[in-house]
Write a protein that binds this ligand. Structure first.
Ligand SMILES: [Zn+2]
Length: 407
């Protein structure tokens, strides 16, 4: 596996500046393309699974986090509050409290549940500068988050549904988990004290894992302060493990925010919150994808999907026209012309691009291209329209294969 920090800079995906600060990377255009494409993939998967997306601010009053329990259990990881006109506001350490308030802002019938609220939103963690580097330990995090407000009876199905979404996303993205972990509380005081609540939530998640057929390990001391969780662990090239995806059952925050729904009996009932993240933070997910693929991303994620190579200056107009046709079809393409060197040198320079479209004199006359695939295959010249339609179909399907003839 590659080191995403080194590769990210070499490929021009992201960088940092001492004036912005450590742990605060910015995304360059090619990195932004990968991030945006990944975010669209997740939003699409969530829409299909019945989630509704919201936006909420990255700031909240200190009091909000006192109610949620973050202030007393999690403040070591939070930025210090900012004084503002007699009150204190805090950069949020998680999205849950905002989503609890969004739920609480309207009354809900049992018929609306499960209510799945999703947001790709910013959150902040006051990591010490010594552990920062690249995209894996950052102070500003964009989290693929969601909270499912549901009845007790619906928790198991919702948690299992989230695990299934994780499985599918990993298959689509080429991510292999190293282990599934049932994260339980450990000795020490950072957890909310409610033994019955912990027992019930742990029993539910254990049941979901047992039914899923996945092998898992229990680990003490890894729970959230408000409840146990299922963590999906990945590893980097050095074997260092990190949590990417998570599914959590929470009885605590619904209680703290006095959430309720109207049941079939007309009475008020307390919903359960299932917290879940499919790809975790966008930063960590992209870091992992850079390491998994070494920059040779699947076509649908690649910053440049088609690099058009005119053999000589004479074919430059046709090459530029092909790039415009790609753009109209939603494909990302660029020209690498003779000013960048010999054809062989340009082929090597574009070796990470899934498709190279070579246009010589013969192809220019016939509106054809000779495709070279990243895996080394060179296809016979074909009509440009056919090549673009086939590439477009593979990108649209988020295919792992570079060409249809692959099995
Ligand atoms: Zn949450």
């Amino acid at each position: 596996m590659h080191d995403h920090r080194k590769l990210g800079r070499e490929l021009g995906l992201f960088d940092t500046d001492p004036l912005i600060g450590s742990g605060l990377p910015y995304w360059l255009p090619d990195g932004a393309v990968i991030r945006h494409t990944l975010e669209e993939y997740i939003r699409d998967a969530e829409r299909r699974a019945g989630y509704r997306h919201v936006y909420s601010p990255v700031l909240g009053k200190r009091e909000l986090y006192e109610i949620s329990g973050h202030w007393s259990h999690y403040s070591d990881d939070m930025f210090p509050p900012m004084d503002l006109g007699g009150e204190q506001v805090v950069l949020r350490p998680s999205l849950c409290p905002h989503h609890a308030l969004i739920y609480r802002s309207r009354s809900h019938s049992y018929r609306e549940l499960p209510l799945r609220v999703a947001e790709l939103g910013g959150m902040y963690r006051s990591e010490l500068s010594g552990v920062l580097g690249g995209l894996t330990r950052v102070r500003a995090i964009q989290l693929n988050d969601a909270h499912i407000f549901c009845t007790l009876d619906q928790v198991a199905a919702e948690a299992a549904g989230a695990l299934e979404m994780i499985r599918r996303a990993y298959a689509a993205l080429g991510i292999r988990p190293v282990r599934y972990r049932l994260s339980l509380p450990g000795a020490g005081g950072k957890y909310v004290a409610a033994p019955e609540m912990w027992r019930r939530a742990t029993a539910m998640l254990t049941d979901v894992l047992d039914r899923s057929g996945l092998a898992y390990e229990a680990a003490e001391g890894e729970a959230a302060f408000y409840g146990p969780k299922i963590d999906v662990q990945i590893a980097d090239g050095a074997g260092r493990e990190a949590t990417l995806s998570t599914v959590q059952v929470d009885f605590h925050q619904p209680e703290q925010f006095d959430l309720h729904y109207i049941g079939p009996d007309g009475g008020r009932h307390r919903p359960v919150m299932v917290h879940r993240s499919i790809i975790g933070s966008v930063e960590r997910a992209v870091a992992h994808l850079i390491e998994v693929y070494g920059g040779a991303f699947p076509a649908w994620l690649a910053p440049a999907q088609v690099v058009v190579l005119p053999v000589t200056e004479a074919e430059l107009p046709q090459a530029e026209a092909l790039v415009r046709r790609c753009a109209e079809l939603g494909l990302r393409a660029e020209v690498s012309g003779p000013e960048h060197g010999s054809l062989g040198a340009r082929v090597r320079a574009a070796r990470l691009a899934p498709y190279q479209a070579v246009i010589g004199a013969k192809e220019a006359v016939g509106d054809e291209v000779a495709l070279r695939l990243r895996d080394g295959r060179a296809l016979d010249a074909m009509p440009a329209a056919e090549a673009l339609a086939r590439i477009g179909g593979l990108v649209e399907a988020r295919a792992a294969a570079l060409w249809e003839s692959e099995s």
